[in-house]
Design a protein around this ligand. Structure first.
Ligand code: PLP
Length: 396
């Protein structure tokens, strides 16, 4: 039977970048002891106090259909959180609760792009971006943020791709690079967005994981709240990846448009999950800090280890739960290095090439195992790179 091109063509010609990850999972299933530093999944579970609230809500009867735009109290809480963090007036009418940030990425593109419209995104990118844009029937166009610029995108490069584009998707703090976009970068982007009359889709799911500097939401820049859709999520901030709860914040009319979409697709998010998310937000910064603290510690561990050698270079990582390592001194591609590391050391990382062309010659390390295991794995990774670099020098 015929199956739609929309879905068979979702990943394009480049594959979906998950080959090494799947190989690691196969090895684990075969009983091998692989250390997984691949996906953005915490090594802790959702806090028991959040689960307690989920249980209380479900047993209390919040198991029927919830309101499609989201439970009013949660929409209010998200609006208050966003307003407190950005200074931009935000009400529940600016908020749609979604089943995770991923659904928000789809809804935003579906809301602002018609079939075939050009939708820009920055390379390196979170693996689902181009497929999500295709899923919304738009045409993904990548704009490179270069390694030599510290992976900060340039306004000129965006402007060159912008004519006729409907939207630009950015992500700061960034997955996979760990880079937090500077004020200058965001102001440059905002300038292009306004000049070209485009939408900015700002994926801010790592906004509680900032290790240096500060996170600026571009919605707070002058003239941007009318044309910015912010994607947020409880997945990373509260270790609630499996709960599938996030949001989109934007102008009321665009949110109304996405509520219509939600009515015909997701039909909202489970009420007991939303109650748990509300409870989690009400715990404020201390809970968010507790969830992000392990990544801050491990980043410091990695920086100390990196400083003691000169083969692997760390892309200055100011945020998110990942480190992007430049392994070009080994003479290997990120992909070859990743597979060789997996076979030799049983350590799984993501090749930079999984995240686009701009991250070639890099690997992404997720800091998602306990401190001891992380420290040991990181030391082995560096020793492996040193050995490869030496072999290369010997051959030269
Ligand atoms: N955006 C980025 C940059 C991500 O890294 C992820 C998940 O890893 C998501 C969005 C989607 O997260 P979720 O759907 O769990 O909120």
């Amino acid at each position: 039977m015929y199956l739609s091109n929309r879905i068979t063509g979702l990943t394009g010609n480049d594959g979906d970048g998950w080959g090494l990850f799947l190989r690691a999972r196969e090895m684990i299933a075969a009983g091998e002891d692989v250390i997984e530093l691949t996906i953005g999944e915490h090594d802790i579970s959702t806090s028991h106090i959040i689960l307690g609230e989920m249980d209380r809500s479900a047993r209390g009867g919040h198991t029927g259909y919830a309101m499609v735009p989201g439970v009013t109290a949660l929409r209010d809480a998200v609006a208050a959180r966003v307003e407190a963090r950005t200074g931009v007036t935000t009400t529940r009418d600016n908020v749609l609760i979604t089943p995770g940030g991923q659904a928000g990425l789809f809804a935003t593109h579906a809301a602002v792009c018609d079939p075939g419209d050009r939708a820009l995104y920055i390379d390196p990118y979170y693996a689902t971006y181009p497929g999500t844009i295709r899923g919304a029937s738009a045409f993904p166009v990548s704009v490179e943020a270069r390694a030599q610029d510290g992976f900060q995108p340039h306004a000129e490069a965006i402007a060159a791709a912008a004519p006729d584009a409907k939207s630009l998707l950015i992500n700061s703090p960034n997955n996979p690079t760990g880079v937090v976009y500077s004020h200058e970068t965001l102001e440059g982007i905002a300038g292009v967005i306004k000049a070209q009359d485009m939408w900015l889709i700002s994926d801010e799911v790592y906004d509680t994981q900032v290790w240096e500097g500060e996170h600026l939401s571009p919605r707070a820049l002058p003239g941007m709240k009318e044309r910015t859709l912010v994607v947020g999520s409880m997945s990373k901030s509260h270790a609630m990846t499996g709960s599938r709860v996030g949001w989109v914040v934007g102008p009321e009319e665009a949110i109304g448009h996405m509520i219509d979409l939600a009515t015909h697709t997701t039909y909202g998010v489970a009420g007991f999950i939303q109650d748990a998310a509300l409870f989690a937000l009400e715990q404020g910064a201390p809970l968010e800090e507790e969830v992000s603290a392990p990544f801050r510690r491990r980043r410091q561990q990695a920086r100390t280890a990196i400083a003691a050698q000169n083969v692997v270079r760390l892309v200055p990582a100011q945020g998110a739960m990942y480190l992007m390592l430049d392994i070009r001194a080994t003479g290997m591609s990120g992909e070859d290095f990743g597979y060789a590391l997996l076979e030799a050391e049983k350590i799984a990382v993501m090749p930079g090439e999984s995240f686009g062309k701009a991250a070639a010659g890099h690997i992404r390390v997720a800091m998602t195992v306990n401190d001891d295991a992380f420290g040991q794995a990181f030391a082995r990774l560096l020793a492996f790179a040193a050995e490869k670099a030496q072999t290369r020098e010997g051959a030269a």
